[in-house]
Design a protein around this ligand. Sequence first.
Ligand code: HGY
Ligand code: MN
Ligand code: MN
Ligand code: MN
Length: 408
Amino acid sequence: MGLIDPDRLRVSFEEYSSIGATDRDGLHRLALSEADGRVRDRFVDDLQELGLSVRIDELGNVFGRRPGTEDLAPVLIGSHLDSQPKGGRYDGQLGVLSALETLRILEDEGIETARPIEIVNWTNEEGARFKPALTGSGTYVGTHDLDTVLAETDDEGTTVAEALEEIGYRGTDPVGPDEVPNAALELHIEQGPRLEEAGHTIGVVEGVLGMAWLEATIRGNADHAGPSPMHTRSDALVAAADVVTAVRRMAGRLDDDVVTTVGELSVEPDSVNVIPAETTFTVDVRSYDDEVVLDAVDRVDDELRAACDREGTEYDLTELWRIPHTEFAPSVADAIEAAADGSDHPSMRMISGAGHDASYLAELTDAAMIFVPSVDGQTHNEREFTEWNDVVAGAEVFARTTRRLASA
Ligand code: HGY
Ligand code: MN
Ligand code: MN
Ligand code: MN
């Protein structure tokens, strides 16, 4: 038998992908939704079938533990099973299933490791339904406050605590490590075009961009679209539009790696013949340089002030979340590169533009990530795709690295 069983990995991938599947080969499995509940049940069944001891904490993070031969701190492996709205089947899910396959093959071959190995599915990695993102892992490492996270609400006003109860995953275990892991490893799709452009199969991820999420509300006056003279209007959407384009132009001007996105925008009263009274929109800004992210946040505030002066509107700006850039542990990155070299898969060092649970784990222990290519860099949509031979290559390197980390 090889380092993994590709056919078994494929069977699980298709099975998990059928839970919350969209009709265009994507996934609609928002954090703590009914579909997330069903895929969690599948995951718990698979862990129990492997004979692992399973624990679910108060935030619904699901852990399986495989004992080691020595009384040593565990290696923590895994990712997330929640998806974006109409997202892809690989984002997060591939990391959980590669970790599951790694444990399955160890069982098949009766291989014991010195260190225990813990596998995890993190709650709410995406931050699509409940903001901010990465709250399962962020609370586990102590960066997020449990009560604050439990009280976060979605657009319908449902809290995280209520959603956890609804799907039966409001566990009893305290959120946080039983034992601080000795190392942490996450496999993930790159979600960008770099590996494909370079013709490489394995990304050895050395770091992650820092990011800030902002929410801006602009208040103008609802008025009639007909009789209201143009010079008397305070149009909240016109002011927002100015800021949205300014946020787009900010990227690239600040630093070559800065990326800015306005992903959400709502208009009130949202009626064809009423001048928009209020708009609320989000800003996501990222850079490897944390000072640049701070500077960008200030510039968003400047742009809001200027747009509102022009339009006679008012605004509020709230910072929803900020996470500094991540530098992963060279020791784990080196272990990944050695494993890639050992299995003849060309690898390259890189930085992640996407946020990951491993970033919070890096605050607690030596962590790093393995990337596999995203075709056309596509992700966070139903076109997300990774060639199966790249999936297998990534899972093999993941399994090899996990064994190495668990042996020492
Ligand atoms: O926002 C991110 O980068 C991740 O997908 N949660
Ligand atoms: Mn992800
Ligand atoms: Mn994602
Ligand atoms: Mn992630």
